[in-house]
Ligand binder design. Structure first.
Ligand SMILES: Cc1cc2nc3c(=O)[nH]c(=O)nc-3n(C[C@H](O)[C@H](O)[C@H](O)COP(=O)(O)O)c2cc1C
Length: 419
């Protein structure tokens, strides 16, 4: 009996110790967690420095948000300013249009020029056609702040600025009435419900006023908060594109189906090519573990697929024993079509946005000594070139494996470049 009791006590102690160490490990992990790197751009254009001062306040507000870093840049000038090198903002680097997609949010600041944004800002944004058609700013939070003189047309200036952001599909962060209770109301102030402005032409105090700078900081904080939400979802797969519409004759409503709408097919070159080849892309297989179906890094898309077909693997087993080479070729073809289905998601539903294939790596479940991997892999390579033409050409590696996930005979790793 004593012996049994002592075993119970020891077991109890052991369980207690284990629980303690799990708890302390969890606490340690929590302490070691680094805040996520949230990067927000404050992009401005100024002549006499008012918008620059607002931009600095905006950046300070952004950095008040946990884990957020503000990057201050100015738009390049159409024509250099006289004595620009003597200005306080001379050291602020110029932005390039291609870097806009790299941020989790963007605050745009400009002087009000005739109820509009400045010509430098307009000229800069007019160079964003490439990133617009590639839908690179879609869903990204943006906000607008401005420096005005008398304030004439300042709200119209912000609203007209918003049009460009809306055409990019950006999520616009307005200011509403934030901070209005906190500013000195005995002075004319540049607060608007759309974005903060400064009334540089209103005397009595140095402009931007303390209140205007405070409002700009609040606006920056609100932008960072929205950017945090965007950061968490920006890599989610887009909704499957509408590939068919069937009109319900009773209700008159249109529902998504599985065949291709004639109009949509003619809109995309690659869709037309697929149709001509009588190829229908499968539904992109859902991940079966803790990973994403694709990841975009810079302009490159990374994808890995096996021969899944409607939830089951096509022709599973070892090539040469359970699976013939002909069956392995069919499995390879299915795997490549899965890669393309995922690629289409990554390209926002339009394969025309693929600049080129970069590399394919084919893994085949084979016995030791098997040597005809290249013959099997040609099935994928040829199909890719058939569909994408010259842009489908790629470098390639093939490997024999002693087993593959879900007993698939083949797995393909693919890298593509987006436009
Ligand atoms: C070409 C031009 C047009 C302007 N139009 C307006 C205007 O429509 N409304 C306004 O309030 N101020 C207007 N201003 C004044 C500027 O918005 C003001 O000086 C502003 O503070 C400049 O910003 P900055 O200090 O960042 O250069 C205009 C200035 C210029 C040079």
């Amino acid at each position: 009996m004593n012996f049994i009791n002592s075993i119970r006590v020891k077991t109890g102690l052991l369980v207690g110790l284990c629980l303690l160490s799990i708890l302390s490990l969890k606490a340690q992990r929590k302490m070691n967690t680094k805040p996520t790197d949230l990067k927000v751009l404050v992009l401005f254009n100024t002549e006499s420095g008012g918008t620059y001062k607002m931009a600095k306040a905006m950046a300070a507000g952004i950095e008040k948000f946990p884990g957020a870093t503000a990057v201050l840049k100015q738009v390049p000038r159409i024509k250099a300013l006289a004595h620009e090198d003597k200005q306080a903002f001379a050291q602020v680097p110029y932005a390039s249009i291609d870097e806009l997609p790299d941020y989790d949010g963007i605050a745009f600041g400009s002087a009000v020029h005739f109820g509009n944004m400045s010509a430098d800002m307009r000229y800069f944004l007019d160079q964003s056609v490439g990133i617009w058609t590639a839908r690179k700013l879609e869903g990204k939070p943006a906000t607008v702040f401005m420096s005005a003189g008398s304030g004439a047309g300042r709200e119209a200036a912000i609203l007209s600025f918003w049009s460009t952001l809306a055409v990019h599909g950006m999520v616009i962060v307005p200011t509403g009435i934030m901070g209005n209770q906190e500013i000195d109301k005995t002075l004319p102030q540049g607060n608007t419900a759309f974005g903060t402005t400064s009334l540089a032409g209103a005397n009595a105090v140095t402009r931007p006023s303390e209140g205007e700078l405070h409002l700009a900081a609040l606006q920056g904080y609100a932008l960072a908060k929205a950017a945090k939400g965007y950061q968490a979802t920006k890599d989610s797969a887009p909704m499957a594109p509408l590939t068919a519409a069937k009109t319900n004759s009773t209700t008159g409503t249109i529902a998504a189906g599985s065949s291709t709408i004639a109009g949509a097919a003619t809109r995309s070159k690659i869709e037309a090519r697929l149709k001509a080849l009588n190829i229908t892309l499968p539904d992109a297989p859902a991940p079966v573990g803790n990973y994403k179906p694709f990841r975009i890094s810079g302009k490159q898309v990374f994808i890995n697929q096996i021969a899944l077909n409607a939830g089951k693997v096509d022709h599973p087993g070892m090539v040469g024993t359970e699976v013939t080479e002909e069956q392995a070729k069919l499995a390879t073809r299915q795997t490549l079509l899965n890669v393309l289905a995922v690629l289409k998601q990554a390209a926002g539903g339009n394969l025309d946005h693929i600049k080129q294939a970069v590399q394919l790596t084919g893994f085949f479940y084979t016995a030791a000594g098997y040597t005809k991997h290249a013959v099997l892999m040609n099935e994928a390579s040829n199909l890719l070139v058939e569909i994408l033409g010259e842009n489908g050409m790629h470098t390639r590696a093939t490997v024999g494996a002693s087993s593959l996930p879900m007993n698939s005979a083949v797995e393909i790793q693919a890298i593509f470049e987006l436009e």
